[in-house]
Design a protein around this ligand. Sequence first.
Ligand code: MG
Length: 161
Amino acid sequence: MDVRIGQGFDVHRLVPARPLWLAGVEIPFESGLLGHSDGDAILHAVCDALLGAAGAGDIGMHFPDTDPRYRGAASATFVGEALRLVRESGLRLANVDVTVFAERPRLAPHIPAMRASLAGLLSADAGQVNLKAKTMEGLDAVGRGEAIAASAVVLLIGVAA
Ligand code: MG
């Protein structure tokens, strides 16, 4: 059986007066993630994990932040494209596991919505998609509330010919 693992990591700076997008869900908060796209660190980490598992490079290669087409882009587009590359490679998603690191806002109440959103974007069952939120205990830039980070692992399996 063809089994592929991929991992992804992303971090974005929190700045005032921007919407906060995480896992394709807009979270009510006073600041949002700075980025050329919508800054959705969870979707970027998932995208890199998918591309990594498929041996297809990384998000910067496919969607360069120098490309005006991706200014303000919904990161859901990137996930859709990464998923298309996965399928083209004869692979399908077994599962994805994500950890998001944020001091504020408190993400626990938003986990079910973010998890459902991620499952929808990946055309996956809820049981294939897991999402956990951690704080950084007041340490480092995430801990000081200056940024939000996410890491993801993905397992892909070969589709039988
Ligand atoms: Mg990013």
